[in-house]
Design a protein around this ligand. Structure first.
Ligand SMILES: Nc1nc2c(c(=O)[nH]1)N[C@H]1C(S)=C(S)[C@@H](COP(=O)(O)O)O[C@H]1N2
Ligand SMILES: [Mo]
Length: 252
């Protein structure tokens, strides 16, 4: 076999990256394998598509880093506190016994889960980092029900491609693809550092997506919706973030 010359390798590589840069080849491949993120349009589109497609191909099943107990942050920083609405205060006054997580969309059995329901499922624990895009982070132990278990109970449709999730704050909603939704570290979190999840940190229920930046880990969860397209939600970009220049996919 003739050895490939270094020059040929270089030109081959360059041709490949030129194709990628113009997104001709990459966009076609990404589309064929369903690797176009909801926010693929606009000026950040090519970059965000490449990042998403590359991470999904290379690290679809990889695990977020877990830390030893000794590295749990002594004074974790809560970035925002609970929405001080009357409805929220009433739920809080009752120890969140009337809190419900609604699960619907592309599921065979739409359902609503109380905290007791969620706590009766096998609990999963992880010591992972919340990393904010602004540069700070903290490590905590998170306790919850894997999202995959709740989706299975609800009878998730094999046609679902995204899980949308909503909170008590109208402008804080998000979505993740099924690779993250079915990932073992994605948790519906009700506990933190061996206690109930404090309200400041998103109690009574928070989504933890440790493979992505903190802004995907929404606090005060109220509803999950399984969908096969981002079109019906907001501006169809998967979340409000892309309207302000934040990538829908925020893998770390
Ligand atoms: N409901 C809700 N969830 C949210 C936010 C928010 O303002 N409201 N902020 C997000 C951002 S930008 C980050 S970095 C993390 C911060 O988590 P912390 O409050 O535990 O520090 O929560 C995320 N989840
Ligand atoms: Mo953040």
């Amino acid at each position: 076999m003739r050895p490939i010359s270094r020059r040929k390798l270089l030109t081959g590589g360059l041709a490949a990256s030129a194709g990628v840069a113009s997104l001709g080849v990459a966009a076609k491949l990404a589309e064929r394998y369903g690797l176009i993120p909801p926010d693929s349009g606009g000026i950040y589109g090519p970059g965000t598509t490449l990042t998403y497609a590359a991470q999904r191909i290379l690290t679809a099943r990889s695990l977020a880093r877990e830390f030893p107990r000794g590295m749990i942050s002594k004074s974790p920083f809560a970035n925002s506190t609970a929405p001080p609405t009357d409805a929220f205060k009433r739920l809080q006054a009752d120890g969140f016994s009337n809190w419900r997580l609604q699960v619907d969309g592309m599921v065979a059995h739409p359902a609503s889960f109380s905290l007791t329901d969620l706590k009766s499922l096998p609990a999963s624990r992880q010591i992972t980092e919340v990393a904010c895009e602004e540069g700070w982070s903290y490590v905590a132990e998170w306790i919850g029900a894997p999202l995959i278990d709740v989706l299975r109970i609800a009878g998730i449709s094999p046609q679902a491609r995204y899980i949308f999730y909503f909170t008590t704050q109208a402008d804080w909603w998000e979505s993740i693809d099924m690779a993250d939704a079915l990932h073992p570290q994605t948790l519906l979190t009700y506990g933190m550092n061996d206690g109930d999840l404090p309200v400041a940190f998103g109690g009574p229920l928070r989504m933890r997506v440790p493979r992505q930046l903190g802004y995907k880990s929404l606090k005060y969860l109220t509803r999950l919706v399984a969908a096969d397209s981002p079109k019906a939600f907001g501006k169809g970009l998967g979340s409000p973030g892309p309207e302000y220049g934040y990538s829908w996919y925020a893998g770390i």
